[in-house]
Design a binder for this molecule. Structure first.
Ligand SMILES: O=C(O)CCC(=O)C(=O)O
Length: 266
């Protein structure tokens, strides 16, 4: 199976409409060289462009949905189109990832569960998702997570319990914590014996330099490929049967002990 991670440069020098057209064309260019294409988190506005979230939020089936559904079907690829600031007509904004089939049908939407920013930014401007999401592709079951979710191992264990063998993680991770990005991607892969395909943004937006360094890690924790800092298409071939083989040969997941009582808090 081949995947292309499109590490998009997000900066204020390019309008959202131009970026949408450019990204759709980059997706089309992957036709024939990738089965699965992955985009970053909030690549229209940028993950730290808090002031843009409300004005640029879209309904689920808005302009980014339309452009990405068409790009997926034109290219004939599975497309994890990263995330959009979604405006729910009856609720708050959400940081929502969209996954399309090669026919251009929406097969999953995931609202980010862990919002970043503590008491500001996304954490106060957006609502929290409440549901884990997996998608069955012909060769693997994908579990989806977004950026800050990478710090919460219980979310990934929940996805494993739901059958995930490959995690796809769009992000807008800042350069300042790049070491955590690589370390956490490897940790989530090793502890769950799963592939991690984590796609970040490049460039600087809202004054926050982005880490880039999108990464693909195999179920043994080996880094199969890693991008540099700038805009880049990272294409990697991987064996979707490897999680099952790894789980069979080194069956640590079977040794989980659930429900251990905690001692009283001191
Ligand atoms: O956890 C981090 O260090 C970065 C998270 C983040 O930037 C995000 O979720 O948008």
């Amino acid at each position: 199976m081949r995947a292309s991670l499109l590490q998009i440069d997000v900066n204020e020098g390019e309008s959202i409409e131009s970026r949408r057209v450019r990204v759709a064309s980059l997706v089309r260019e992957q036709s024939g060289s990738a089965d699965l294409v992955v985009l970053p988190e909030l690549w229209t506005t940028g993950a730290f462009a808090y002031e843009e979230f409300a004005s640029e939020a879209e309904p689920l089936e808005g302009p980014t949905y339309e452009a990405m559904a068409k790009a997926a079907s034109d290219a004939g690829v599975w497309l994890h189109a990263g995330s959009i600031p979604e405006r729910d007509p009856e609720g708050p904004l959400y940081n929502t990832s969209l996954v399309f089939s090669p026919a251009g049908d929406l097969v999953a939407a995931y609202r980010k569960i862990h919002r970043f920013g503590f008491d500001k930014g996304e954490a106060v401007l957006m609502g929290a998702g409440e549901e884990l999401v997996t998608v069955r592709l012909p060769e693997t079951t994908v579990g989806v997570a977004t950026c800050y979710d990478l710090r919460f191992p219980e979310l990934f264990r929940g996805l494993v319990d739901a059958g995930a063998e490959t995690f796809v993680v769009p992000a807008g991770w800042p350069e300042r914590r790049r070491a955590h990005w690589t370390l956490l991607a490897q940790a989530r892969a090793v502890e769950n014996q799963a592939f991690v395909l984590a796609c970040g943004t490049a460039g600087t937006h809202a004054g926050v330099p982005q880490a880039g360094h999108s990464i693909v890690v195999d179920p043994w924790g080996e880094v199969l490929a890693q991008a540099g800092a700038g805009e880049q298409v990272l294409t990697v071939e991987f064996d979707p049967g490897k999680p099952a083989v790894t789980r069979d040969q080194f069956p640590a997941l079977k040794d989980r002990v659930l429900g251990v009582a905690a001692p009283p808090r001191r």
